[in-house]
Design a protein around this ligand. Sequence first.
Ligand code: ACO
Length: 323
Amino acid sequence: MFYSKIKAVGAYVPEYTVTNDDLSKIVDTNDEWISSRSGIRRRHFSKGENTSDLAAKAAEVILKKAGVKAEDVELIVVASVSPDYATPSVSCLVQSKIGAVNAVAFDIGAACSGFVFGLSTADKFIKSGVYKNALVIGSEVLSKYLDFEDRGTCVLFGDGAGGAFLERSEEGGILSEDMGSDGARGLSLTSGFRNVVNPYCEGERFIHSYIEMDGREIFDFATRTVPKSVEALIEKAGISVEDIDIVVPHQANARIVQIVARKLKIPMEKFYLNMEEYGNTSSASIPIALNEMDNKGLIKKGDTVLITGFGAGLTWGSMLIKF
Ligand code: ACO
């Protein structure tokens, strides 16, 4: 039996920062509303780099930290809801940009749960012996999908990429997971819609690319579902909450995290939050946070880390990882 272990984490975030005050100059909002409702004070926006550019730069950081050559990567999985193109995939563009000529590359779409779903997918390939290693990346340029006239959404999101290099190991690594989907509630968070118009189905072309969200519905979903998912995960793993050293949640909203922490009876000190600096970067938020913690020396060898993502789909995914 094989296991997957995280050998390195890394991230790349565009340099350009937009504060809440900056946004208040273009939309009817203010720093007090945004920070008290979400915990967000700044976000990084791309000034032209697309999703595969961010992902490739994150990949280079990860491989450097792992001490692995691009040509030795066997699998690339990119999670994104903001790809450069519908096709080719972000992962194929990354493969070409970093020179991972021997890798198999494909994308998955699970929104803010995408990094957890990506790790889970790569883990299965490694566990089954098909591949010895995998690069898993979450990358988003959400700014291109934001309606800067909709104050309810444009203040919440940011751009960035992060990921991890997984390697076959004698011991896990990835210890346990719990994932789920509720498509019936999917239309409460949408982007990138095109209706069908062709020579045999005429009508008005309707392209709805902006992110649209029922914030209350998502808030309710996240605060109900994440605690249940974590409880299910802990039970499957046969551990107790006290055995968890660090929790890295999807960085959507500090209030959601506070409610989740209270329900799970896990002290807030165990949660790592950085939405203040990056906003919600969807699939990239968990690996950006892991990379930041790693760079600050906050994750020690042997730590049991819980990551938990939730978002559009609706989807959710929690995973226990031994570093
Ligand atoms: N600035 C100032 N006022 C605003 C803003 C803004 N940016 N946005 C909305 N308002 C106003 C509204 O117009 C409304 O005014 P009204 O009462 O006069 O109509 C008032 O503030 C309250 O609006 P609500 O939407 O009810 O505010 P709420 O307290 O629910 O907070 C929020 C909104 C922050 C979006 C919250 O619902 C939330 O965090 N939801 C979860 C969102 C989330 O986490 N999404 C991402 C997860 S999925 C993924 O990551 C892809």
